[in-house]
Design a protein around this ligand. Sequence first.
Ligand code: CU
Length: 884
Amino acid sequence: MSSGLDYEPLLHDDAKTALSDIASGRIEGVARPRTITKVVNSKTVFALLAGLLLYPAVSCIFGAISAVREPYVASDSVLSTSTEAVPLCETTDLLSVTAPRKNIWKNLSLKEATEIRSWLWETERGLNLTKSALATESDNAIFLIEAFTPRKSDALAYLDGGAAIPAKYAHSIINHGSSEEIIDYLIGPLPLSEKTTMRPLTEIYHRPDIPYNAHGFNPNGTAMGLLLAKTFGPLADVTMDLFGGVARGLANDTIIGGGNAPLSYDGTWRRMWMGLKLNVPGHYLFPLDIYTYFDVSGTDPALWHVIRMVYNNQTFASPEDFRAAWEKGELKRSKKPLLDDASGWASRSRVHKGSKRDLDERAGPRSVSFDGLRFRVDQEEQYITWMGFSFYLGFERDMGLNLWDIHFRGERIIYEITPQEAMAQYSGTDPHQATTVFLDRAFGMGQSVKELMVGYDCPSEAVYLPATIHTAAGSSTRLNAICVFEKDSTKPLSRHTGWLKDEMGAIKGYELTVRSISTVGNYDYLFDYTFQLDGTIEIRLSASGYLQGGVWNDKQADYGHQIRDTTMGSLHDHVINYKVDFDIAGTRNSLTAAMLEMEEISQPWVDEDWGRVSPIYRRRMIEVKADLRPISQTFSQQKIVRKKILTEDDSRLEYPKNMEGNYVISNEDAHNAWGNPRGYAIHPGASNIHLTNLNCKRTQDNVNWAKHHLSVTRRHDNEPSSSSLWNIHLPGKPTVDFYKFFDGESLDQEDLVVWLNLGTHHIPRAEDSPQTLTNVATSSVLLTPFNFNDYDVSMESMNAILLNAPKPGQVWDVDENGVKVPFCVPKKLKEFTYTGLLSFDEDGSPASPADVLEQRKIGEHVRSGSNQADLECDCSRVLARPPC
Ligand SMILES: [Cu+2]
């Protein structure tokens, strides 16, 4: 029963007193929380255990024992039972801040864009433009007007050096249907004046021309819909027989079309596989087993034609051949889709209304900042500050929301985070799935950004911000396109239970998220940027919406799962690329791979008990009377192997197997207090993948960024993006070939850009219907301080608790830094409304509100070669008045 104590714990003074009191028996029978026992040292713990055994004989000595038997304090004690009147919470209105500089990444205003449009329309420009709302394929029309990103050196001189604000430029993409070419023009300086000029913007592309056959989808495009009607109108009796529906180009059509991509290899032709679907809610999940390959090259729809048709894996050279086979009864029929299925399985209605879950009629918990919002927004400059972070927002047609000039605790850490591209490559036995590689930049993540559903897409108390774009459809502002909110991560960012002075407590895990959601045809993409108290930034992409459904038959089993009678979810890869331009302690940064490797090492303090000598080897060595000691002193362990990646020759990277190590961007000339280069690590989060299919003509050179987990290049103004809106249709000769960024340049203390991927290998299952779930279809990466600081700077947080052990019988010493959650009633939530799109015609005048069909046309057209809305548009345009 010796003490066994070989050290004196550095206890809080009060705790020492408590120990002394307990040991001396000066405290008896004092009711106290059981946790009091935790303040005692090991000796006392032993004593308490002994006391338990000997109780009650020695209970007078070990008075603390009685405390052990006391019940816990009830867990609901945090809820006040006060009956005092509850006041309304003081204002939770957004607090303003004035951005230190103008937002030089903001898109053009409606006024600026309208003025540029008018300027481009002037005859002096010689562009022979037709207003986009009236343009046909063979006309010249504006596709896009957008702010052009300033040079980084100019931007930094303005932000850091007090230089003049960089001259403002715009770029405008014009589809020259008359000459079958696309030109991206650089226009500036702005505002328009005699000094303003325009020239083709070529330095950011890798081919001199942008072929017309790679053009983006024109919201006024009609010819494809006409072609569909021309092909399937005469086959109405056939499609009615095989599928129970018709596609005649009429409003009451029960079959619509959907196209694939890419439509070209190098821009010399344009061809589309068109699939048909039933025109019902959730139509993406009602594919029909017929596929038509159209040649839609050039601008003359009269030359467009059917190349081939496939029905149930039988190939026909023309619609006439297909009809002939049907008439002769030679078709091997595929299963006809169920037309009497009224279950609404592909809709969002609650199909199983009878199986209510317990308490589900109650509204679930929601996030409320009782003490007022803790972030500030300069709404005019779209500048945000929160807990030491500050950054500007930008927004563009191609990829939507982006972030600029991210500072943490007063210094820039990242100059730019911009999403670059989002691809999805499918597999299957049919021509539609097997040929599809969508690159959604073409369809426009920004163009497809949607009004956020307050309280569903983001917390009710989030701050909602607008986004503006200027396209062929005119100008539009989504009032609630971006949400900003702080949330409780519901777990401490750090915590510890301890008994020595000032070692016990926790920091609340609060995070600030900036989110926007784009619905690109069938899919919904949630773009999240989340800031954390320690300086970590999480980039996350989650997906929902409808699968691109395939036609199910047994031969498709290798490519997905059946999810309904004739529908399957088809296997596909999503890969989403981001540009992260780190500026760690300045622009001169380096790339280090800090990897884990195993070593066999000998140490003189290792004995044979844990050393590495096999019994057989030992026996043999003893026989020859060899000295076993050096061998028996060997053991294995892991170690860090740091390797600088010096040039772009070695900077296309994979995350190590078993996540053994990470990549760090650091400034080798800036060190923390412990002599290590200040850096940020790229820490894989959920599902960090790269593209699986690395040997495909459809992804040959246009998605080279997708073929690695991440890549690092030296930053250049003429390498602003890893992709372009035309890359989708130019796999063989892309406008941006990412591999051309890699020309052996030094990465040693240069301005570096990390191009990293998120994504999922999406193996659809029944639970992907009706719609994919964001909990599994999600991917993330953490950019986290790595010796950037001298310690964890989230310790600054005042929303933290420090506990110290009390004197026996007294309450714990609690320090919450004076931060208390107010006892108050939050503001009443507004009734849910969903509006917020301001549309303007090309002349800047307010556009008349779109009806549902027009909205659907804009919303779904982007990923469909044709659909009902197109067909209806065709009717009205071609026949002057709609017969439909
Ligand atoms: Cu998917």
